[in-house]
Design a protein around this ligand. Structure first.
Ligand code: PEP
Ligand code: MG
Length: 747
């Protein structure tokens, strides 16, 4: 690209810069911009449309269209060529506007005589703020150069919009990021939180998008790229050769940082009149648009890398974004696109709430947030572009709703909800050291689920009688590579130390399905939930299972030990897994290591098949724990990961309860201890019903122990059982309405 060919756009941007420096009202500025562009593009019309709300664009300024139409003409995203540009983020360049798909005639604008139409999105970092159009009477296709020029101008307009350059009383042009915004997303961890936004990756604000001296800007860019490369090399030199995964990622970074195409695209932006930072941002914006269309996970990751590099470069150029921890608000609510488990653990319990744009109910970040009991909402679309650091934010983790910059009425209602939660918490604290005994004198043992070191303090705080499910895979999921036996043994020993003699049920590695280890990836499976997972993998590739069992025995160092195998679907699987334990015991004996004082080996009941297994299974196992999350998904054939069906069937469905009751009966018959450790055990109403069906041990998230205990202390199991049986005889689908009526009478 020659300097000369860029003279026109540079002149246009120069005029734009002078115009922006003038003291003028927002509307006047917009009008002048449209006049300037129409003149420079030798077109009769130039118009700017901005979003009024998520679905509506408003004509905010125009040179050439009927002035009466300004702030009157509105288009839905589904309407017209302008709507199509905004919807698809793609340029429309046609010499026959009337004949182009999607054209919609708006008589009030007086656009009849204009045959040509060029529309480009006004975009900033992948977010569309509006549409810039030029139209002309003669039937012409705008040249590629003209299209590129107008895209640059659109980008500068986006930057200026972000800076509030066009603020007026009009809603479409009022300052962005000031109005309340509501996000209907997905709940990943219950609880309510109010606080102030802390952006994990804060946006860099470009205050000088246009520059008059391209040589100086090119020098700034090249200096910043050098600094960036040195930084990446430095991280690479520190990374240990064992950190294979990390090294691979960093090598990819280095490759991008040296990519000629990337640098050339940014240099081209500068030669057209942009400042170095605006050129970086334009390239980043284009990459984000590409990213939104890519579905291949590998390519998406690479584009994420590129996005991250651009962020680093912007921080170097502007000096923004290197924030010390002290700047964090007292009540931080983390807002991010996504976040890795290790980064989240760094923040730890400081966070009041977390809102992610991506993520899922089973993602690593979710696992950590749940362990830390921090309300978490995932899939809050566009939250990172809407939220600004310090914005007031309310997170309703129960319903998956987020209120950003809420108005007073919403804040008051939310405050009431939080006050009620606080009162309830005080009540739960007061019964923490009391046992869960029902009014009819039945004692229910309440255990907690755990998996991270971060969970351990909850053993004391929650009043749990022990750990009913230690999800050992979390230690594997939060690492980049397979942990060593000695690492595991140390971790398990710390868990046992923290338990101070209370029982801990260690579940062996449960991976596969939604829990994928990056360093132990196998071929894609058509139905991973029904695939090669958990004990199936453990038995087929016994190396890891053996290592884990040995680590557990070393950690126990003579203390009692409880091991549980996940996803046992037939008796033989349990027998084979138990054989591994026996072999490990023998090995430890030969090696002279202390053997567990008492060893219990149990199975998780997560598939209907094992409930119907021969009596021998019930006699062989030392205990059974119902993994209700999986059991329910297989009972109803409803994927627990699929938002469309995961709530479709009620746990209190009479068929499911009858199934639970039959498992209880079989266990009672054979004297097999039984517990329930799926998420439903932590839901008070469900927990009460399980107790009524005969379950005497429940394992749940620590935060659920108080609420469950509180309800158990107020009920008669026989009364509740009668209600359940009656609803069943009457042929109801779910016993929930009848149970709720009974429970409401007890409070
Ligand atoms: C379950 O399936 O209920 C269970 C406790 O295991 P996970 O949720 O870890 O699959
Ligand atoms: Mg399970």
């Amino acid at each position: 690209m020659t300097q000369n060919s860029n003279t026109e756009i540079r002149k246009m941007l120069d005029r734009l810069r002078v115009m922006m420096a003038e003291d003028a009202a927002g509307q006047t500025r917009l009008n002048r911009i449209t006049q300037l562009i129409a003149l420079e593009m030798i077109s009769e019309v130039c118009s700017i449309y901005l979003f009024l709300d998520d679905d509506t664009l408003e004509l905010c300024a125009s040179e050439g269209l009927n002035p009466e139409a300004v702030h009157k003409t509105r288009l839905k995203l589904s309407e017209g060529l302008v709507g199509r540009v905004a919807r698809t983020s793609q340029v429309i360049n046609t010499n026959d506007a009337f004949g182009t798909r999607g054209f919609q005639y708006k008589p009030e604008t007086g656009e009849d005589p204009f045959k040509s139409f060029l529309g480009v999105p006004i975009q900033r970092l992948g977010e569309t703020l509006g549409v810039l159009t030029v139209q002309s009477k003669d039937a012409r296709i705008y040249t590629e150069r003209e299209v590129q020029d107008i895209q640059i101008v659109a980008m500068v307009i986006a930057e200026m919009t972000e800076l509030g350059a066009f603020v007026t009383d009009n809603a479409a042009m009022s300052a962005r990021h000031q109005q309340p915004a509501l996000f209907n997303a997905t709940s990943a961890q219950e609880g309510a939180a109010a606080g102030h936004v802390w952006l994990h990756n804060p946006r860099v604000i470009v205050t000088n998008p246009i520059a008059s001296d391209p040589t100086a800007e090119l020098e700034r860019l090249s200096k910043a790229i050098r600094e960036l490369r040195v930084g990446v090399d430095k991280i690479l030199s520190i990374a240990t050769p064992d950190d294979k995964e990390q090294l691979e990622v960093l090598e990819a970074y280095r490759m991008f940082a040296s990519s000629k195409g990337w640098v050339l695209r940014m240099e081209d932006g500068i030669s057209r009149g942009l400042s170095a930072e605006a050129a970086v941002e334009m390239e980043q914006s284009n990459a984000r648009t590409r990213m939104s269309k890519v579905t291949d996970p590998y390519l998406r990751d690479r584009l994420h890398d590129l996005d991250d590099l651009s962020n680093r470069l912007l921080r170097i150029l502007t000096g923004q974004g290197t924030r010390p921890w002290e700047e964090m608000p007292k009540d931080p609510v983390l807002v991010s696109g996504n976040i890795g488990p290790a980064e989240l653990l760094d923040y730890g319990r400081k966070l009041k709430g977390i809102v992610l744009e991506e993520g899922s109910v089973g993602s690593h970040a979710t696992i950590v947030a749940r362990a830390l009991a921090i309300p978490l909402v995932v899939r809050a679309e566009q939250i990172t572009t809407e939220a600004q650091n310090g914005d007031y934010i309310l997170v309703d983790g129960d319903r998956g709703v987020v209120h950003l910059r809420p108005d007073d009425a919403v804040s008051y209602a939310f405050r009431d909800k939080m006050a009620m939660q606080e009162k309830a918490r005080e009540r739960y604290d007061s019964i923490r050291d009391k046992p869960a005994i029902t009014l009819c004198g039945h004692r229910i043992n309440l255990y907690m689920n755990a998996g991270l070191m971060a969970d351990l303090p909850s053993l004391e705080k929650s009043g749990a009688e022990g750990v009913g499910l230690f999800r050992s895979e979390l230690q594997f999921l939060t690492r980049n590579r397979m942990p060593k036996r000695s690492d595991l043994s140390e971790i398990y020993a710390r868990v046992l130390n923290a338990a101070k003699g209370r029982r801990v049920i260690f579940r062996t590695l449960d991976i596969g399905s939604d829990k994928v280890l990056p360093y132990l990836k196998w071929a894609d499976e058509p139905n991973p939930a029904l695939g090669w997972r958990a004990i199936r993998l453990g038995l087929d590739r016994p190396g890891v299972l053996r290592m884990q069992i040995q680590a557990l025995m070393r950690a126990a160092a003579g203390r009692p030990l409880t091991i549980m195998f996940p996803f046992i679907a037939q008796r033989e699987e349990f027998a084979a897994a138990r054989k591994e334990v026996d072999k490990a015991l023998e090995r430890e004996r030969i090696l002279g290591h202390p053997l567990p004082e008492n060893l219990e080996v149990g199975a998780m009941l997560e598939t209907p098949s094992i409930a119907f297994s021969p009596d021998k299974f019930y006699k062989e196992v030392d205990f059974i724990s119902i993994g209700g999350n999986d059991l329910k998904q297989f009972f109803f054939a409803a994927d627990r990961q699929n938002e469309l069906v995961r709530r479709r069937y009620d746990t209190l469905n009479v068929s499911f309860l009858r199934f639970i009751s039959s498992i209880v009966s079989r266990c009672e018959k054979h004297g097999t201890p039984l517990s329930f450790c799926g998420e439903d055990a932590g839901r008070p109403v469900e927990a009460a019903c399980f107790a009524a069906m005969g379950l005497r041990a429940l394992s749940m998230r620590p935060a659920s122990i108080g609420p469950v205990k509180s309800i158990l202390q107020r009920i008669h199991l026989s009364e509740l059982r009668e209600i359940i049986d009656k609803a069943n005889t009457q042929g109801h689908q779910s016993v929930r309405p009848a149970v709720m009526e009974y429970l409401q009478g007890r409070f």
